[in-house]
Design a protein around this ligand. Structure first.
Ligand SMILES: [Fe+2]
Length: 255
């Protein structure tokens, strides 16, 4: 089996309107720029979208996400909801079923609750994940929230409140990696026991690695995960280079 190249995009914060902006960023355009750049590198074997795909969740917003993805990539897609998403329209519009690609499995874990910023994994979701992890072959697991502190205190308040339970499960199952979004910045942590943790830049604006809320001027980004036949994972973050990012901190979401 050749290595699999999995593309992760995250935290797109779309509105139903294609021209809508958030913090000055035309969020649909920046998602488009990410997809164009990534798919120019190579065609992914699958695409993982790890939540906050909507800023304002609705069927139309998710339809715009799917249409934007499908302009660039028509292969396997796995979507997992974030805190800005609403579970019902998300699941109605987007593929949320775990994927199998060769020996590998791409598994989603739902860490969100509608209209709650912080992450949690419900007991029944932990039990469901434990059952699927028990299956055959190496697993890449994707969720929206981070299970550990990343050193960014205001974001660390949102980490999965029962993250240890998730980490224990992933370690016991020898998962290949856990990938997530939410923090709008790259993060990598190798762990003595259990899989490495990978956080990924947003497709729109990026959070500064500061103690308090801040936006920096780094470009929209994405992550490649390269899964080899022996169960190994290599990964890197890329950013779009030609996207003209202009942050406007006065441009907040005012429903
Ligand atoms: Fe989030």
């Amino acid at each position: 089996m050749n290595a699999l190249h999995i593309l992760q995009v995250t935290d797109c914060h779309l509105f139903a309107e294609p021209g809508a902006t958030l913090l000055g960023v035309r969020v649909r355009d920046s998602l488009e720029a990410v997809l164009r750049a990534a798919c120019a590198e190579r065609t992914p074997d699958a695409l993982l979208a790890t939540g906050d795909l909507a800023q304002r969740p609705s069927a139309a917003t998710y339809g715009l996400f799917l249409a934007t993805v499908r302009e660039h990539f028509d292969g396997p897609l796995l979507c997992v909801p974030g805190n800005h998403d609403h579970g019902a329209p998300f699941a109605a519009a987007l593929p949320t079923e775990d994927l199998r690609l060769g020996a590998w499995r791409l598994l989603a874990v739902d860490t969100h609750q509608d209209d709650v910023v912080g992450g949690t994994v419900a007991q029944r979701e932990l039990e469901r994940l434990a059952a699927v992890l028990d299956g055959d072959g190496p697993a890449l697991v994707a969720g929206h929230h981070c299970p550990v502190a990343t050193g960014c205190p205001w974001l660390d308040e949102h980490r999965i409140d029962n993250g240890e339970a998730l980490l224990d499960l992933l370690a016991a199952a020898e998962a290949g990696a856990y990938v997530f979004g939410h923090i709008h910045q790259p993060f990598e942590q190798a762990r003595g026991e259990g899989p490495p943790l990978y956080g990924t830049p947003s497709t729109c604006f990026q959070f500064a690695q500061d103690a308090t809320f801040g936006i920096d001027d780094k470009k929209p980004g994405y992550r490649w995960l390269v899964l080899d036949a022996q169960g190994g994972v290599r990964t890197r973050v890329e950013r779009v280079t030609d996207y003209p990012l202009r942050i406007d901190l006065t441009d907040r979401d005012r429903p």
